[in-house]
Design a protein around this ligand. Sequence first.
Ligand code: MN
Length: 220
Amino acid sequence: MNSLPFATGGALQVRRVFCVGRNYAEHAKEMGHDEREPPFFFAKSAEALVLGPEVPYPPMTGDLHHEVELVVAIGRDGAGISVDAARSHIAGYAVGIDLTRRDLQAVAKKQARPWAMAKSWIGAAPIGTLHAPAEVGHPRAGRIVLKVNGEIRQSGDLAEMIWSVDEIVAELSRYDRLLAGDLIMTGTPAGVGPLAIGDKVEVSIDGIGGAGFVIGPVAG
Ligand code: MN
């Protein structure tokens, strides 16, 4: 899937999917890191996006983890964007999940190898519909929650981000020109954990709404 619908109509043609690592202090701590490290980026394919009731359990892992995240959609090209100008480049917001093959990631970290196979496959980024600033403003605070089978597993607040949305847009645009249609997944609060086939996953962000899906059988 590389087209993402807006709640109020129309769609965004998705180009690249950037992700920020360790952007909430409590999650950085649970992964064994100091909370003040600068942000770093990795990527998923646009084909990782999936919008729908069932997300297949991916092959080649026995430890699929959920990471609920605020997703920012870029609507206007720009390089070297200032923090103050960041909002003018944002077309919308959504709630998404950075699904992670944690066992593959652990091996990659240990051997100083890329995270690509741990982070990107078809279906690695379930996402809700996009909400434009005209509809929801620019949310910078509000509860972000993930439930599995009705139980809260992740709960945080957008205000707890180590690097703000505007700082992330500015920083990323120093490395490469951002393009209309790029998405940025902005990191996850604490409480990441495993998912099993049949699990019902529900996510929500105050002011942006929710999304939900069930983990289906292993993709062929
Ligand atoms: Mn993540």
